[in-house]
Ligand binder design. Structure first.
Ligand code: ATP
Length: 234
């Protein structure tokens, strides 16, 4: 289980997260909702060790993460797929995917997961030899998710994977996220498409100005009047 307890974090003089507490149960899909600037990416960066918590604690399966650097956090089984993808555009799709193997450098494991990624996203198998930068936005997002999977995580953090994608592609990406979770990998997801995200999630949290303002089962949040008014356009 991932447990974030009373975490504050920010940049220079600005505190962005204020005493944030969330839990993500093993194998569950947990969604973080919130407007632009609410602090979702900052929360994810703090969990994955790219940003240091100023106070509070973060533990994952008994290990204290808030003292670890990002390269150690990834070895605890947490892979982050950042907003903006960060692919190497001139490198082939397959090479980008293989980069995900650096935390374990286990050849057999890499081949097995690569096969699973190609099953999940058959288009990536077709385009394996092409430069990643030549793919469409949705396909590049698939590469970014696939690269994170190749590190063999037990928890996959996805920061707005559907950002900037056409609605039909958003559906494909979120269906793949649901499939990944069905395969037993825990997912921590931030999403602007609140309805679609809540409909595949087990639990959810709403962040506003760096604070958790609502939390609960995803099914309850879907019918919560505050969530409906703020995020579902009802
Ligand atoms: P978005 O959906 O727009 O990415 P978000 O909920 O992920 O929103 P964050 O990216 O965590 O929000 O940003 C929260 C606040 O932190 C914002 O006010 C933002 O301007 C600020 N911020 C983010 N990154 C930095 C940075 N590197 N330096 C300074 N301030 C930052």
């Amino acid at each position: 289980m991932l447990s974030v307890d009373n975490v504050s974090a920010g940049y220079d003089a600005v505190n962005v997260l204020h005493d944030v507490s969330i839990t993500a149960n093993p194998g569950e899909l947990t969604v973080i909702l919130g407007a632009n600037g609410a602090g979702k990416s900052t929360l994810f960066r703090t969990i994955s060790g790219l940003l240091r918590a100023r106070s509070g604690s973060i533990t994952y399966e008994g290990t204290q993460l808030h003292r670890l650097k990002a390269n150690k956090v990834v070895r605890c089984g947490i892979a982050q797929c950042p907003e903006g993808r960060h692919l190497f555009p001139k490198m082939s799709v397959e090479k980008n995917l293989r980069l995900g193997s650096y935390p374990h450098r286990d050849k057999q494991k890499t081949e097995r997961i690569l096969g699973e990624v190609f099953e999940l996203f058959p288009i990536l198998k077709e385009k394996a030899g092409q430069p990643a930068g030549s793919l469409s936005g949705g396909q590049q997002q698939m590469v970014a998710i696939g690269r994170a999977l190749v590190s063999d995580p037990s928890l996959l953090i996805l920061d707005e994977p559907s950002m900037g994608l056409a609605p039909i592609v958003v559906d494909q990406v979120l269906a793949a996220v649901a499939q990944i979770n069905d395969n037993g990998i825990g997912v921590l997801l931030s999403e602007q498409n609140a309805r679609a995200a809540l409909s595949i999630a087990h639990r959810g949290y709403v962040l506003s100005e760096g604070r958790v303002v609502l939390s609960g089962d995803a099914a309850d949040l879907l019918v919560n009047p505050e969530v409906q008014a703020a995020y579902l356009g009802l």
